[in-house]
Write a protein that binds this ligand. Structure first.
Ligand SMILES: *[C@@H]1O[C@H](CO)[C@@H](O)[C@H](O)[C@H]1NC(C)=O
Ligand SMILES: *[C@@H]1O[C@H](CO)[C@@H](O)[C@H](O)[C@H]1NC(C)=O
Ligand SMILES: *[C@@H]1O[C@H](CO)[C@@H](O)[C@H](O)[C@H]1NC(C)=O
Length: 564
């Protein structure tokens, strides 16, 4: 009621352009205050913050309440297990944007002592849960049986002021029945990477989970970071991460494999009802439509990854969201030099999850989803499900072409344009051109249709590429297509500058921030988050740190480990 009234009020404000920002009359009514610029009512005191009453409680809960590792939990979607707090937690960084727009709190609440206690599982707002999710998955091509949240706790759900439903999860919050041999902790290194990258992906417009805050402890755990027999002590951290849903393909697979068909039906219905509002639960084809939408969303997200040079690194079915979100940031990476066969996982010697295999792996994962849905789909409908799956690759290709056409301002996006894209990528591969900066500098240089383009020395990536013997011919073709499209060159540049980032989370950039944070200096993590909020905008601090320069030599030898 209050909320509706507030929305109404905002509309009135727009209509009559009344500045309500400074007014506090409504504070007493709603226990809220109006944020000066965002016009969102933000919560001022964290002790007032609470979850909504969660519908997740309707899903089957494991009756075993003792928390010990069990390889064969049955007939449950969640186990209830307490969070194991870390000692002497320190707030390392927060995402102001996630705080405002998802939690709807004023960023200053992070100074309330119960905010850190919240991230540490000690302060439990009203309607809190602590659930570990049971799921399974295909890992590296084979069925891995029960996996589950081995170091994560679902805390609850809450609808943000824009009407989106968010599930809150702690990662690194201790052992659960699904920890297998793990200790339930996440180290500082991998937590910072997840924190920064999920926010960066959000600002790059990629469907993704978010991160609101990260805390770090002086507690350490042993990790053999490079699996080379040299384990070391590393600090542990907890990340508060957020997603509209954390359910994965593996969430359904385990139920289908275990013949828990009622649970399977209940979970899919729950997901459809909460996240696929356009599907009618009474529709007899609802599971087929659901599959179609998951296929579509997955194709789109992977095409987005490819368009910004992102490789996920572990595309197992348990790391693939049913909403097509990017989740579980592990050994991910962004391409420096364009090499389509590159993989961020240094132990992946088969290159199974290489950059250019992600679409293939996506279709494999969707095939596994289809298998999980089979018990609910009548026999005569199977051909249409097969057709949907066969449609994945064409759909992916369509998204891919559309996104790459935008990167080059080829707004008609016809066959000829695809040819231009492919030729550019081939040249880039041949020259190992920097992926991000080649596209960016194509958007930044002065374009002229009738003259040879003049590449300044500062456009280092493009300068390098221009030594390719087909570069001049390629630019002529590209210019010709731009001219035919009827765009003027300024418009073309604007389109390109909106989709070709100047700053991405390169490994060397996170590495420096991780080393500083490990020494207790969190300023770099915070600065990077700030920079990546506007990846398309030239920023002095980023230039000073050379984030748009050629990666330093030491970046080349940098290995990203999977141990986390
Ligand atoms: C497919 O996904 C795209 C991108 O998320 C979305 O815009 C579109 O509405 C989806 N189409 C269907 C039929 O779900
Ligand atoms: C993917 O899921 C597996 C199984 O739960 C987990 O061990 C792994 O850490 C996840 N990958 C990432 C990158 O988080
Ligand atoms: C990296 O690849 C290897 C080999 O395929 C695999 O065993 C390992 O689990 C992968 N790492 C992660 C984090 O998935």
């Amino acid at each position: 009621m209050n909320y509706l009234f507030f929305i109404f009020f905002l509309h009135i404000e727009h209509l009559f352009a009344i500045r309500v920002c400074q007014k506090n009359d409504f504070k007493h009514l709603f226990n809220l205050n109006l944020d000066v610029c965002s016009a969102i009512p933000l919560i001022e005191t964290f002790s007032r913050w609470k979850f909504d009453n969660s519908r997740l409680k309707e899903l089957p809960l494991d009756p075993e309440k003792r928390n010990y590792v069990r390889r064969n939990v049955h007939n449950a979607i969640f186990s209830q297990v307490p969070v194991t707090p870390i000692r002497s937690p320190t707030l390392l960084a927060v995402s102001d944007d996630a705080l405002r727009n998802v939690l709807n709190v004023r960023p200053k609440v992070t100074q309330d002592s119960n905010f850190v206690d919240f991230i540490n599982g000690v302060f439990r707002p009203e309607n809190s849960l602590t659930y570990a999710h049971r799921y399974g998955g295909h890992q590296f091509g084979s069925w891995a049986d029960q996996l589950g949240d081995g170091r994560a706790n679902l805390l609850g759900e809450r609808i943000s002021f824009d009407g989106k439903r968010w599930e809150y999860q702690l990662k690194g919050s201790g052992r659960t029945p699904y920890s297998r041999d793990g200790d339930g902790r996440a180290v500082l290194r991998s937590s910072i990477r997840e924190f920064l990258c999920s926010e960066a992906m959000h600002y790059l417009d990629v469907p993704t989970s978010r991160a609101a805050a990260i805390i770090v402890s002086e507690d350490t755990v042993m990790r053999d970071q490079f699996y080379d027999g040299h384990p070391q002590r590393e600090k542990v951290a907890i990340v508060l991460r957020l997603a509209e849903s954390w359910f994965r393909i593996g969430s359904l697979e385990i139920l289908a494999k275990g013949k828990e068909i009622d649970n399977l039906r209940q979970l899919i219905d729950f997901i459809i009802e909460n996240h696929f509002k356009s599907i009618d639960l009474k529709d007899e084809n609802k599971y087929i439509i659901f599959f179609n939408e998951v296929v579509n969303n997955t194709a789109y997200t992977i095409a987005k990854w490819t368009s910004i040079g992102f490789a996920h690194g572990v595309c197992n079915t348990d790391n693939f969201s049913l909403l097509g979100l990017t989740i579980d940031y592990g050994p991910f990476g962004f391409l420096d030099a364009y090499n389509p066969g590159w993989t961020p996982n240094t132990s992946d010697d088969e290159y199974r999850y290489a950059f250019n295999k992600q679409a293939f792996v996506g279709s494999f994962n969707l095939l596994k989803l289809r298998e999980a849905l089979l018990p609910l789909i009548p026999h005569e409908k199977l051909p249409s499900v097969r057709n949907i799956l066969n449609g994945f690759y064409p759909l992916y290709t369509r998204y891919f072409n559309k996104l790459y056409c935008q990167k080059l301002a080829l707004i008609k996006c016809e066959k000829e344009d695809e040819h231009i894209i492919n030729q550019l990528l081939k040249m880039m591969e041949g020259k190992s051109a920097d992926f991000t900066m080649t596209f960016r500098q194509l958007s930044e240089i002065r374009l002229n249709i009738h003259e040879q383009i003049d590449i300044p020395k500062t456009a280092w990536a493009l300068k390098h590429l221009s030594s390719h013997n087909q570069f001049d011919a390629w630019t002529r073709n590209w210019m010709k297509r731009l001219e035919e499209s009827g765009l003027n060159l300024n418009e073309a540049k604007q389109i390109m500058n909106r989709v070709n980032p100047r700053y991405i989370l390169r490994n060397w950039i996170s590495q420096e921030a991780i080393e500083m944070a490990d020494r207790g200096d969190f300023s770099r993590v915070r600065l990077i988050l700030d920079i990546l909020k506007n990846p398309y905008k030239l920023q002095k601090p980023a230039e000073d740190l050379k984030y748009a320069n050629r990666p330093p030599k030491w970046a080349k030898g940098l290995k990203v480990s999977c141990s986390s």
